[in-house]
Design a protein around this ligand. Structure first.
Ligand SMILES: [Zn+2]
Length: 58
């Protein structure tokens, strides 16, 4: 299971306004041959712009 919870805040820079805090909207697993990665669907807490970020469970 990922360490990311829906609704929690992460440090991730917004591409639009460069604010560095975003809220996690959704986490979807993405299977690779050796390990599992996750796509974080985030929303900027400042301007509301949606973004995605690929991360691993390691
Ligand atoms: Zn923003």
């Amino acid at each position: 299971m990922p360490n990311y919870e829906i609704g929690s805040k992460i440090t991730h820079r917004c591409k639009d306004c460069y604010h560095d805090e975003q809220t996690i909207l959704k986490v979807t697993p993405k299977e690779f041959s050796e390990k599992t990665a996750y796509i974080l669907w985030t929303q900027c807490t400042s301007c509301g712009q949606n973004d995605t970020r690929l991360t691993t469970s390691e």
